[in-house]
Design a protein. Structure first.
Length: 305
């Protein structure tokens, strides 16, 4: 049996689009499957939307009261009945071959414990030209995952995102998501799936990329701005600060002087190159925001110690 799992918070309109796309799946004959949705305290009409799909999908849904995506994903792993959990998110739409593609991958590579696929951005409205031009540098902050070829996961820095990956449930039960990471209301700190997959790889669990199972990730207009990208990239930096604490004998307000220098240099370069309309400022924006996030992490940890 396979469980398709998704967690949602306050996105009734998007979860409806996801569930609609699941009704169009090409389900292999004889496959037992279910859909599990974890409602993480949504104050909108999410429950009514979920109710409306119980006659169209093998759907079960649950309320998780501990706020945060890592808590919700751990709950999904506990509630799942399948030996395999095929993960997606509430702002995703899948294609009809999605489920079959993952089932074929597990059949072809029984030695693998997890698989991941591409994430294509689906912009709402007309995205600004500067955003499209900078996707190589900042696309990850919007959820983009490019998979150039089928092959082992772990040979490069890219790891799957939770919105398009499949994992044997036994691994989730053995290694729950670390709840220090993961987005919560008002916070864009992520990284829970990265920490999880790094641990899988460390333990020798094999994973593979599959190119032909892309999903579409909605990018609303309010996320198509420098302000949002800065917040998202700062969250990446905060996550890195938790995983790899920056240390030095010389620091200021708890953060090493070299990290302050890196942040200020990248910030100045970003502002100058953007003002001069010089190419490459997207990378400077990413470098600056990630450095500021790492500094914020160090300062907050200093205050709590």
């Amino acid at each position: 049996m396979i469980t398709i799992a998704a967690c949602t918070w306050n996105r009734a309109r998007y979860i409806e689009l996801l569930l609609n796309s699941l009704t169009r799946l090409d389900v292999p004959a004889g496959l037992e499957w279910e859909v599990v949705v974890i409602n993480n305290n949504s104050p909108d009409g999410t429950t009514a939307v979920l109710d409306s799909f119980t006659s169209r999908l093998p759907l079960r849904f649950f309320l998780e009261t501990q706020q945060g995506i890592a808590f919700a994903r751990n709950r999904a792993a506990l509630e799942a009945r399948g030996d395999i959990i095929l993960w997606t998110d509430d702002d995703i739409q899948v294609k009809p071959n999605w489920l079959r593609g993952y089932m074929d991958a597990f059949a072809a590579h029984p030695d693998c414990g997890f698989f991941g696929g591409p994430v294509e951005l689906q912009f709402e409205g007309v995205p600004p030209a500067w955003l499209l031009a900078g996707l190589d540098a900042i696309g990850d902050a919007l959820g983009q995952v490019r998979v150039p070829r089928n092959g082992p996961i772990g040979e490069g820095p890219q790891l799957p995102f939770n919105c398009n990956m499949a994992v044997r449930r036994e691994h989730h039960l053995a290694i729950p998501y670390d709840t220090r990471y993961g987005r919560k209301a008002g916070s864009l700190v992520s990284g829970e799936e990265t920490v999880f997959m790094q641990e899988l790889l460390r333990l020798g669990v094999r994973g593979r990329w599959i190119r032909d199972v892309p999903v579409l990730h909605a990018v609303p207009v309010e996320r198509q701005s420098i302000a949002y990208l800065r917040r998202a990239l700062k969250g990446v930096g905060y996550e890195l600060g938790l995983r790899y604490p920056a240390r030095s004998k010389l620091d200021f307000l708890g953060a090493p002087l070299w990290l302050w220098r890196e942040a200020l240099t990248s910030e100045a370069r970003f502002r100058w190159r953007k003002l001069a309309r010089s190419p490459g400022w997207h990378s400077d924006l990413a470098g600056a925001a990630i450095s500021w996030g790492r500094i914020e992490c160090r300062m907050q940890n200093r205050q709590s110690n």
